[in-house]
Design a protein. Structure first.
Length: 155
């Protein structure tokens, strides 16, 4: 009988041990379930954040494309303005200055003639105005060539 009792006690101890292990496993299982739920929530938050980032990325890409088009448009405008400035410099240096040089030469020739004093006075005024205009044309040409720009005050 002692053997039976001893075997029974051993079995009871094993049952207690198994019951404790079962309790521990159930507790661990519950903890794992809670962790799984928390991980699921975090995964959902990450998915939501990823979707938001994807939308923001699309918006930024569209905005970058829009800005690139704006820059290209402005570059084209600047290129056209450069061409216009070069054309203006040519017109100013050659087409405008040529007739002015002719006027200045004719005034010099007329001054050498024997004309009434009143006419010489008008020729002096004409010569002074032509020189001022010539000076302004030279300043404009210099400003255009240097690329620094110019204003009425600078001229």
């Amino acid at each position: 009988m002692e053997n039976i009792l001893s075997a029974y006690l051993k079995m009871q101890q094993r049952n207690l041990l198994i019951a404790r292990q079962k309790q521990i496993l159930q507790q661990q299982n519950e903890e794992l379930g809670a962790m799984r739920e928390e991980l699921s929530k975090q995964m959902e938050e990450l998915r939501t954040a990823q979707e938001l980032l994807n939308l923001r990325n699309i918006e930024l890409s569209k905005y970058a494309h829009h800005l690139k088009r704006k820059v290209n448009t402005r570059d084209e405008i600047i290129d056209q303005q450069k061409i216009q400035m070069a054309e203006y410099a040519f017109i100013n240096a050659h087409l405008l200055r040529h007739p002015l040089s002719n006027i200045m030469g004719l005034v010099a020739l007329l001054k050498a003639e024997a004309l009434p004093p009143e006419t010489h006075l008008y020729l002096d005024y004409l010569h002074q105005s032509a020189q001022k205009l010539d000076e302004i044309i030279h300043r404009i040409n210099k400003a255009v060539e240097e690329g620094g720009g110019f204003t009425r005050r600078k001229l």
